[in-house]
Design a binder for this molecule. Structure first.
Ligand SMILES: C[S@@+](CC[C@H](N)C(=O)[O-])C[C@H]1O[C@@H](n2cnc3c(N)ncnc32)[C@H](O)[C@@H]1O
Length: 244
């Protein structure tokens, strides 16, 4: 099979661009590869990585395999082993270096398309994918407005399901950090609040994992499209989350 050629823009973006590439992954391929290695750094990271892969694999088995999957943001293509069996796979990331690493893994895969885009301003048509997958992004957005905008965008492009992860405040890790006054870098929301945002985006939560978050903060939601989102236009791009 032949890879779909999607030219990447020149490295970096103009400093005043809303899509400016910022944050912990830097701009080079080496920085992206270093980020990838982070998943192997400690037992906790390896466990989280395994949990995330297992969740996504089960979601794919539940709704796949004869489907069009959108993985946004795809990062360095961590979920390629899970989704490569889909009928069609679209990988989206705003960082050119991350996407370049992901793209290097898709050589010979004609059913895979890579797009250098903002998740808040996806060029995909309405109802064009069956499963939209968004791992490890939402906790980087500071406001409900941004979270809602991203969820609405995912609801717009899917004709079926949206699965995503976020950091929930309904866990001991968060409460403990709050109590101790530890610096909390990411943005946590309760499961009830996230479900409400989903509802406003036109998504209904049909399942979540884990059933109870004891210590860990990561929570996975599985949603179905309930109705068209109220606001179908694209008022602003989500911008790249910092430090993700
Ligand atoms: C923590 S990484 C997660 C990547 C992948 N989902 C994973 O779990 O391996 C966050 C990714 O989001 C990308 N990103 C940040 N803001 C974005 C935006 N507004 N649109 C698309 N991608 C974005 C970053 O470039 C980075 O690759």
């Amino acid at each position: 099979m032949k890879a779909t050629p999607t030219p990447l823009p020149a490295a970096g973006h103009p400093a005043d661009s809303p899509h400016q590439v910022l944050g912990a992954h830097g701009q080079t391929v080496a920085a992206a590869q270093k980020y990838e290695g982070k998943r192997e750094k400690s037992r906790r990271m390896r466990n989280l990585h395994a949990k995330e892969l297992s969740f996504s694999r089960r979601a794919f088995e539940r709704f796949g395999p004869d489907i069009h999957v959108l993985d946004s943001p795809c990062g360095t293509g961590r979920f390629l082993p899970v989704f490569s069996g889909a009928k069609q796979l679209t990988l989206v990331d705003l960082a050119t270096n991350m996407l370049e690493v992901a793209r290097s893994k898709t050589e010979g895969m004609g059913h895979v398309t890579t797009l250098n885009e903002d998740i808040g301003d996806l060029s995909l048509a309405d109802d064009s994918v069956d499963l939209a997958h968004c791992m490890r992004l939402l906790h980087h957005f500071e406001t409900d407005k941004m979270r809602l905008h991203v969820l609405k965008g995912l609801a717009r492009v899917t004709r079926g399901r949206v699965v995503f992860s976020f950091y929930t405040s309904d866990c001991l890790r968060y409460k403990w950090r709050k109590l101790r006054g530890t610096n909390i870098r990411c943005h946590y929301v309760s499961k009830a609040h996230m479900a409400e945002l989903c509802e406003r985006a036109g998504l209904r939560v049909i399942d979540h994992e884990p059933k109870v978050n004891l210590y860990e903060q990561q929570c996975f939601f599985i949603c179905v499209k309930s109705r068209p989102p109220r606001n179908r236009n694209r008022p602003f791009a989500a911008h790249r989350a910092r430090d993700c």
